[in-house]
Design a protein around this ligand. Structure first.
Ligand code: GYE
Length: 306
């Protein structure tokens, strides 16, 4: 490996590919599982992985990508922390003829030739699934339903899209009121802190919609600390379905989880091999996902891998 990605003789010709991967950070259980999946699948696929953790900072990702360009890796994959501001560095990769694969999160660049494909979930659909459960849960009542929302990292695709999909579904019914919505940065600590503030400001919260399990788990601590019962006094919907989230769901502290799979590694390595060989790949690869009720979580928990 190590050669420019434009000739199959220098890259992949000897069967060895080097991938530079810029990860968002280690903010959540989802992220840890995703990192493990990428590292293990690279090994299995015989791909040499250069890995860097950006600690949720775009500037660190841009630095990492520039260093991969300098090192002339065969392919660059990254999960963009936020959606905007990537055009310049992606152009640099394109000029160096190094193909780029977006994994997990999207960018909002108008020029889609800047990357070969985008592998990841449909976050808008996840938001819709969360909203659909709520509609069903409250279908018989007419009283107002006071909702608080813990958003993911500001400007990130999953935060933007999970908010939009949820709003799209509940927006048609006036009884659903989002009375507070703030970022918890996808972390447990921030989720707890923001939920504490929500509880102080609003004595009448019926529902928490958290954009990931970790923030929901932090919020559960805040709710219990305020002497309320999570899952009963306040109903909780989250996204991801990592083990800790599934356990809380099985224990009745969360009411519903929309699954988002972090196990993107095997598909990423397949796409990388094709892209390096110059084969065509679909512009979008969407991950298959489900949803979990409390009963379904109890059944699925023993086999849960992450
Ligand atoms: O839901 C959250 C993580 O981008 C889908 O990032 C990912 C999200 C995931 O921090 O837990």
């Amino acid at each position: 490996g190590g050669g420019g990605a434009d000739t199959s003789a220098s890259s992949g010709g000897d069967g060895s590919i080097t991938m530079g991967f810029s990860q968002v950070g280690a903010e959540s259980g989802w992220r840890t599982a995703n990192t493990k999946s990428v590292q293990e699948s690279a090994k299995t696929a015989g791909i040499t992985l250069k890995f860097s953790d950006a600690q949720q900072k775009q500037e660190n990702q841009i630095k990492a990508i520039r260093s991969y360009i300098q090192q002339k890796v065969d392919v660059i994959a990254f999960s963009p922390v936020v959606e905007s501001g990537w055009d310049t560095v992606l152009k640099e990769a394109q000029n160096a003829k190094i193909p780029v694969i977006l994994t997990d999160r999207a960018v909002d660049s108008k020029d889609t030739s800047l990357y070969k494909t985008f592998l990841g979930s449909d976050f808008v659909e996840e938001g819709r699934k969360a909203g659909t459960w709520l509609l069903e849960e409250y279908k018989s009542g007419t009283d107002p339903v006071n909702i608080v929302e813990l958003q993911g990292t500001t400007g990130s695709a999953p935060a933007n899209d999970r908010k939009a999909g949820f709003q799209e579904v509940i927006g048609g019914e006036a009884k659903f009121k989002v009375i507070a919505s703030q970022t918890g940065d996808f972390t447990r600590a921030k989720g707890k802190e923001v939920m504490e503030a929500f509880l102080k400001a609003h004595p009448d919260i019926d529902v928490l919609y958290a954009h990931n399990d970790d923030m929901g788990l932090g919020a559960i601590e805040a709710i219990e600390g305020a002497g309320k019962v999570p899952g009963k006094d306040i109903k909780i919907i989250t996204v991801d379905a990592v083990k800790d989230g599934m356990q809380a769901l099985a224990d009745g502290k969360i009411n519903y989880i929309v699954e988002c799979s972090p196990l993107l590694g095997p598909q990423l390595m397949d796409l990388a091999k094709k892209v390096v060989k110059g084969e065509s790949v679909p512009a979008r690869v969407v991950t298959e996902e489900t949803t979990f009720t409390q009963e379904q979580a109890k059944a699925a928990l023993p086999q849960r891998q992450y």
